[in-house]
Design a protein around this ligand. Structure first.
Ligand code: FAD
Ligand code: FES
Length: 259
């Protein structure tokens, strides 16, 4: 883990609510694993926002360049829209424990909901680079909110899509697709990885448990320190409380107590 001022290479709006921020950082680009995140201080000369914000590493472009995807939510992400080429932001990372795909699996099924695609794109690319068979299931509210469609076709992935309004893919959500997929592929040794809103992950966990397949989830907890000090990101597990920033954000779904 390193703290450094990372220079902005590009900050581009990609959908109505989402932007891609491309940064230069040797440490993060060379060391990050899929599922890990960086903790970012958006404004250096103002107290606001006071706390850092966590963002998943989305892709590694070159040896010293990487990207994050961010969705506009509140104070920090609104400020991030203003960042320009050459600006620098204070980053700490890579942080946390990422995804841990097993070696003896036939197919890796990745389930992304909305901005949950950010860490799963990185995992998709890593698995494909390692010649693994990947199925990406991806859900968003509408066609216009689907992210990275071009980038996915570049890595030769044709995701199974779901949108709430049926404007692309099936009318429904990523879990509907996962349920159907697992029902049709009972004989294959499958491992599932998911990222998205907590309610989605809870349902993904239920589906995978019923189908008897292993699932890892990236927990989207609100964080303060990001390094295991404040205890603000506690996740209730069968082995007591764990910290999303240090023990996670990726956990085995079977360990989580979903409430
Ligand atoms: C490990 C990890 C990785 C993440 N990766 C990404 C990513 O790749 N792209 C991305 O856009 N976001 C990601 N997030 C969420 C991101 O950290 C928040 O969107 C960001 O902190 C919002 O800051 P803000 O100041 O704009 O909004 P705030 O003003 O802090 O919050 C605005 C609203 O969003 C809600 N909110 C804030 N943080 C979260 C959260 N983590 N989960 C659910 N609701 C939240 C608040 O309760 C509030 O209602 C990640 C979170 C974690 C823990
Ligand atoms: S955010 Fe402080 S302990 Fe996790």
């Amino acid at each position: 883990m390193h703290q450094e001022k990372a220079a902005i290479i590009k900050n581009k709006k990609i959908t109505d609510q989402c932007w891609r921020l491309q940064l230069c950082s040797k440490n993060i680009a060379r060391q990050a694993q899929p599922g890990q995140f960086l903790h970012v201080k958006i404004s250096s000369n103002s107290q606001k926002p006071f706390l850092r914000r966590p963002f998943a590493v989305h892709s590694i472009e070159k040896k010293d360049e990487f990207s994050i995807l961010y969705k506009i939510r509140g104070e920090a992400t609104k400020l991030m829209r203003e960042l320009k080429k050459g600006d620098k932001i204070d980053t700490i990372g890579p942080l946390g424990a990422g995804f841990q795909p097993s070696v003896n699996v036939q197919k890796y099924v990745l389930v992304a909901g909305g901005i949950g695609l950010a860490p799963l794109f990185f995992l998709t690319k890593e698995l494909i680079d390692n010649k693994k068979e990947v199925v990406l299931i991806y859900g968003a509210r509408t066609k216009n909110e689907l992210l990275c469609t071009k980038e996915l076709s570049k890595v030769k992935i044709k995701p199974l899509l779901a949108t709430d309004d049926g404007s692309q893919g099936i009318k429904g959500n990523a879990n509907n697709l996962l349920n159907n997929y697992l029902a049709k592929n009972k004989k294959e040794k499958i491992e599932v990885f998911a990222a998205g809103p907590r309610m989605m992950l809870k349902e993904t966990a239920r589906i995978c448990k019923k189908a008897g397949v292993n699932l890892e989830v990236s927990m989207d907890e609100i964080m303060a320190c990001g390094v295991g000090v404040c205890l603000g990101c506690a996740v209730k597990t069968k082995n007591g409380y764990k910290l999303a920033c240090k023990d996670g954000p990726v956990f085995k779904a079977e360990d989580i107590i979903w409430e």
